[in-house]
Design a binder for this molecule. Structure first.
Ligand SMILES: Cc1ncc(COP(=O)(O)O)c(C=O)c1O
Length: 571
């Protein structure tokens, strides 16, 4: 690894150019403030070097004064030329941008197409980067090539390669060439589409592609803008934001309802009685939404397949009502992070509708699979939900961030967030969504371009093939695990995630994981349910194939053999 650059040696391009000018000045004997040294002005000819430019001052057969004036003019022209050249070099001009964009595309494709050859986990220690970079930003522009060189020198040693087929941690994060290109365009348009008028295309494309996507998932028409009802979709940054936005909408709705029944109750009194529900396996962002929304959240027990069932939900509501609480919101998880279990949305939906509770569906990872009809049985009951969210940025080849959310009736969300300063008002209000009211921040990028490019350049069929290939690879890995009697599977394999463990203690499995990640050839994270520790293998990369599954299984078996051999030797 190369080390800290010595900034005193003026290694930046501008410092070099500065050095050349200084040398030229010295040669010409110019003190730098027009006090031309006449004794040196008699020199026969001089040559200034500045990049590709040579300026030759030729000795003229005339008086010294005339010569001084002429040389001054020449110098002025030279300085003007130098300034022009200098400023062109500082700011990336269009031709340079085109060249550099090609160079970057070359770098990106090389990186991605050869990602398998890189070590998936970096070996750096915390603080590795500090000695590699100067402590202050450069005063003058640097060269593009220096930055490009620093990608391998400074950045890549500290990158965890999420798109390597050897990366099996968490859930996938999506990535594809069409999406990267759309991100480029979004970066170029660089609008902030908080209202329709702030950039009509930004809002209108979002409405349309979310209808496309909703139809691909076969969402009930009440969620779609094209149905002509109140419903519609919006792109949030993350599933966490979607859960919070839905909670705040539900909270606003319930407060309004209760106020109508009990006009004497204060808002604080009502809020203190509000209670929300989710499974004990729900993502931490659900609990966090409760904290941010200032309401109680009950985490309910699951059945033997790790699903939250309708009767458990109904019983919790009954108990809370008895104690004077006001149930107002519930989250059903389709594809839990822990082990990709699916709550019984159909059963929860019946209870939620009967009890007038807003039901939000968090399908952050698994939601992408619903573009394939064969997986839709897992979203049975979707017509009973009030809001639904999944992350195309997890498993549908759209780069982060793109979290698709649909609401049957966004009115309460819109009202909950509606602050209307004069500078954000416009004449077209009400004719199209002003997405600022559907989300927490004001600003929003042109994210729908990513979806639009991916949907058009892949087509639904190829996206379905992609999902199916990951599920097939998960089953291939499951079969390998089951073929070895020392291992067991935890839970059901339904999507691209396999949970497994060595039969034996939690400590044994903790050692196995440490050994696997320590070797750094593949990367996995653990999980735990009811004191049972296990390993999670997620199929993450769009480059992943059967040979990668075989490689990962070989690596896991090798580490398991090492541990079990050591154990039997120590006995
Ligand atoms: C089920 C579930 N919900 C929510 C989240 C949070 O997603 P985000 O990072 O988009 O907020 C995750 C992340 O993996 C998840 O698996």
């Amino acid at each position: 690894m190369r080390h800290h650059r010595d900034w005193s040696d003026s290694s930046s391009g501008e410092r070099q150019r500065g050095g050349e000018l200084h040398k030229a000045r010295y040669k010409r004997g110019w003190s730098g403030n027009s006090s031309w040294n006449t004794s040196r002005a008699h020199s026969t000819s001089s040559r200034y070097h500045l990049g590709h430019v040579d300026i030759i001052a030729v000795k003229k057969d005339c008086s010294v004064n005339h010569q001084i004036i002429e040389v001054r003019e020449l110098l002025q022209t030279f300085l003007q030329f130098k300034y022009l050249l200098y400023s062109r070099r500082q700011i990336m001009d269009p031709d340079s941008f085109k060249d550099y964009a090609k160079e970057m595309a070359e770098y990106i494709t090389n990186y991605l197409e050869n990602i398998r050859d890189r070590k998936v986990l970096p070996t750096v220690e915390p603080g590795y980067m500090k000695p590699l970079l100067p402590s202050e930003a450069p005063q003058t522009p640097e060269q593009w090539q220096d930055i490009m060189a620093d990608i391998e020198r400074v950045i890549m040693p500290g990158v965890t390669h999420w798109h390597s087929p050897k990366f099996h941690a968490y859930f996938p994060t999506a990535q594809s060439y069409p999406s990267i290109l759309a991100d480029m365009l979004s970066g170029a348009i660089a609008c902030i589409g908080f209202t329709w008028i702030a950039s009509p295309a930004c809002t209108e494309l979002e409405v349309i592609v979310l209808d496309w996507l909703g139809k691909m998932l076969n969402l009930p028409k009440e969620f779609l803008a094209c149905s002509g009802g109140k419903g519609g979709g919006v792109i949030q940054g993350t599933a966490s934001e979607a859960t919070l936005v839905a909670l705040l909408g539900a909270k606003a709705k319930k407060i309004q309802q209760v106020k109508e029944q009990h006009p004497d109750w204060t808002e604080n009194e009502i809020i203190s009685k509000l209670v929300a529900y989710c499974s004990c396996q729900a993502h931490s962002s659900v609990e966090r939404a409760g904290l941010l929304g200032g309401v109680k959240f009950r985490q309910l027990e699951v059945d033997e397949k790790y699903k939250l069932r309708g009767d458990t939900f109904a019983e919790a509501i009954r108990k809370d009502r008895e104690q004077g609480f006001i149930p107002f919101y519930a989250v059903a998880t389709l594809g839990t992070t822990v082990n990709c279990a699916f709550d019984r949305l159909d059963e929860m939906g019946i209870v939620a509708n009967r009890e007038d509770i807003w039901l939000h569906v968090d399908a952050a990872y698994a939601g992408s699979s619903f573009i394939c009809p064969e997986f839709r049985y897992l979203m049975k009951g979707i017509e009973l939900a009030d809001s639904f969210n999944f992350n195309p940025h997890k498993w549908m080849l759209v780069n982060f961030d793109c979290s698709a959310m649909w609401l049957k009736d966004p009115t309460y969300v819109i009202n909950a967030f509606n602050v209307d300063p004069l500078y954000l008002k416009h004449d077209m209000q009400g004719s199209a969504p002003d997405y600022r009211h559907w989300q927490i921040p004001l600003g929003r990028r042109f994210r729908s371009l990513k979806l639009w490019f991916v949907l058009r350049l892949y087509g639904v069929e190829n996206l379905q093939k992609f999902i199916r290939s990951h599920v097939a690879q998960a089953h291939e890995f499951e079969a390998l695990v089951l073929s070895d009697p020392r291992f067991e599977i935890v839970g059901e394999v339904l999507m691209g995630l396999v949970c497994f463990r060595l039969k034996g203690s939690n400590e044994l499995n903790e050692t196995l994981l440490k050994r696997i990640n320590g070797a750094g050839n593949i990367h996995l994270v653990p999980s735990k349910i009811k004191d049972t520790y296990f390993l999670r293998l997620a199929i993450c990369s769009r480059f992943s194939e059967s040979k990668d599954i075989q490689y990962s299984w070989k690596e896991i078996k090798l580490r398991a053999n090492e541990i079990l051999d050591e154990q039997s030797l120590s006995k």
